[in-house]
Design a binder for this molecule. Structure first.
Ligand SMILES: Cc1cc2nc3c(=O)[nH]c(=O)nc-3n(C[C@H](O)[C@H](O)[C@H](O)COP(=O)(O)OP(=O)(O)OC[C@H]3O[C@@H](n4cnc5c(N)ncnc54)[C@H](O)[C@@H]3O)c2cc1C
Length: 392
C-alpha cells in the first residue's frame, strides 16, 4: 500500500509513523524547505496524550516538557490582575498534560520515523485525480505520484482540501481574532520574565511572553481583528496594534525577528462538510481545526492520525476507511469547536467591563478546589482516545 501525505506537521508525521510501521510506502510532501521548528508553546493533553502513549512516545514527549509555574495576567501598566497556577491545569487533567513547543513535538515525531518514509520539501500538490483502484497526485514539481491514498494534513489553509473538497471560504469560520507568535533570544529579559507565562492585556488585545530556557523566550499575541485582512508585514502590524501595551511588551516587540520567522494568521475553525472521499482523507487542522481558543488542535491531530491509521490497517480499504475515521472523530471535534466558540467573546474581552468580569472569573477558578470551573472549556466529555470509538 502506498500513501502520499501532504504536510509534515504534527498530523502528517503522526500518520506517517503508523503507516510506515505497518509496512506502507509513505511519501510526505511539504511546501516548506525543511522541518519548520519551534512555533509556540502548546498544552498537550486529552486524546492526543493517550495517542502518544499508545505510540510508545510518551517518555520522549515528557522529556521535552517545559516547566511553567502558571499564567500571570497584568494590565497595561504591568500590575498583576490575576494568577492561574499551572497546577490547576495539571490537576484538571489528572497529571496527563505536557507543555512543550509545537516544533519540539514535530521534531520528536520526525525522529521517531524509520528510514522508509520519503520526504520531498519545497513541494506541494497541484492536482488530484481519483480512479477506482488508485489516486493520481500531481505535484508542483510536475511529477505524478500514483498511490492508494492521498491525505491532506496541510493545515488550516489546506491545498488538498481546496482541490478535493472545494474552496476555503466554504470551510473556514473566522473567530474574529488575529494571532502571532515568535521566538527570540535575550537572557537578561528572560531573567525578568521568570517562570510564568506573563500575559499583558487591554480591551481587545493580549500579548504574552514566556522564558523557554536560559536564552530563548516565546512571544504570543492575539487581538480582535474583525474582518481585517492579514498584513503583508506582520512586524509592522504587531508594532501598530500592541505598542500601547506596557511592562515588557515594547522590549518584546523590539526583538521581533524577520517576517519569515513570525507566525501570523487569523484564528479560525475548519468546519468541512466532509473529510473523506474514496482514496482521499483530510487530517488535523485541514478538517478539524478547533482554534487556539479550544486549545486542543495538536492533541486532536495526533489522535485523528491514530484513528485514521487504525481504520486503514483494519482491512487496508483506502476507499472506505476515510469515511469510518471521519465518523469516529467528527463528533468530538464538533463538541470541542462548540466549546471554543462559547468562550470566543471572553478570550480577549472587548471592553474594560468585560475584561474585569473575565479576570474575576479567572481569580475564582484559581482558588483551591474551584479549578473545575475551567472544566467546561478545557475538557469536553470525549477527552480520552478510547472515547473516539464510543458511539460506534
Ligand atoms: C498560538 C497557538 C497556540 C496553540 N495552542 C495549542 C495548545 O495549547 N494545544 C494544542 O493541542 N493545540 C494548540 N494549537 C493548535 C495546534 O498548533 C494545531 O492544531 C496543530 O499544529 C495542527 O497540526 P497540523 O499538522 O494539522 O497542521 P499544521 O501544524 O498547520 O501543519 C501543516 C503542515 O503542512 C504544511 N503545508 C501547509 N500548506 C501546504 C501545502 N500547500 N503543501 C504542502 N505542505 C503544506 C505546513 O508547512 C506544515 O508543515 C495552537 C495554535 C496556535 C496558533
Amino acid at each position: 500500500m502506498r500513501v502520499v501525505i501532504c504536510g509534515a506537521g504534527i498530523a502528517g508525521l503522526s500518520l506517517a509513523w503508523w503507516l510506515e510501521r505497518a509496512g506502507w510506502e509513505v511519501l510526505v510532501v511539504e511546501h516548506a524547505p525543511g522541518q519548520r521548528g519551534a512555533g509556540y508553546l502548546i498544552d498537550f493533553f486529552g486524546p492526543g496524550y493517550d495517542a502518544v502513549e499508545r505510540m510508545g512516545l510518551l517518555p520522549r514527549v515528557r522529556e521535552r516538557a517545559r516547566t511553567v509555574a502558571g499564567v500571570r495576567y497584568r494590565d497595561r501598566a504591568g500590575r498583576v490582575t490575576c494568577e492561574l497556577p499551572y497546577d490547576s491545569l495539571v490537576r484538571l487533567q489528572r497529571g496527563r498534560v505536557v507543555t512543550l513547543m509545537r516544533g519540539e513535538l514535530e521534531d520528536l515525531l520526525f525522529e521517531a520515523l524509520g528510514p522508509g518514509v520519503e520526504f520531498r520539501y519545497s513541494t506541494s500538490v497541484d492536482a488530484v485525480a481519483t480512479a477506482a483502484d488508485h489516486v493520481a497526485v500531481t505535484l508542483t514539481t510536475g511529477e505524478v505520484e500514483r498511490a492508494d491514498l492521498l491525505v491532506g494534513a496541510d493545515g488550516i489553509h489546506s491545498r488538498v482540501r481546496e482541490l478535493a473538497f472545494g474552496p476555503e471560504w466554504r470551510h473556514l469560520r473566522s473567530l474574529g481574532y488575529h494571532t502571532a507568535a515568535y521566538l527570540f533570544a535575550d537572557p537578561e529579559l528572560g531573567a525578568r520574565v521568570g517562570d510564568h507565562l506573563e500575559m499583558v492585556e487591554a480591551p481587545g488585545l493580549q500579548a504574552g511572553v514566556c522564558r523557554l530556557d536560559g536564552e530563548r523566550l516565546a512571544a504570543v499575541f492575539a487581538h480582535r481583528a474583525g474582518a481585517d485582512p492579514l498584513p503583508e508585514d506582520p512586524r509592522e502590524r504587531l508594532r501598530e496594534r500592541y505598542a500601547s501595551l506596557g511592562w515588557l511588551i515594547p522590549e518584546v516587540l523590539d526583538r521581533c525577528p524577520e517576517p519569515g520567522q513570525v507566525y501570523y494568521d487569523e484564528v479560525a475553525q475548519i468546519e468541512a462538510a466532509s473529510w473523506a472521499r474514496p482514496r482521499v482523507a483530510l487530517l488535523g487542522d485541514a478538517c478539524q481545526a478547533v482554534s487556539l481558543l479550544a486549545g486542543q488542535g495538536a492533541a486532536m491531530a495526533v489522535a485523528g492520525a491514530c484513528v485514521l491509521a487504525e481504520e486503514l490497517l483494519r482491512d487496508g480499504d483506502a476507499v472506505a476507511a476515510p469515511f469510518r475515521y471521519e465518523e469516529r472523530v467528527r463528533p468530538a471535534v464538533v463538541r470541542k469547536q462548540r466549546a471554543g466558540r462559547r468562550i470566543a467573546d471572553w478570550f480577549v474581552p472587548a471592553s474594560r467591563t468585560r475584561l474585569r468580569l473575565r479576570t474575576a472569573a479567572l481569580r475564582l477558578a484559581a482558588r483551591p478546589g474551584l479549578v473545575g470551573l475551567l472544566g467546561p472549556v478545557l475538557r469536553t466529555p470525549d477527552d480520552r482516545l478510547a472515547d473516539l470509538a464510543a458511539h460506534r
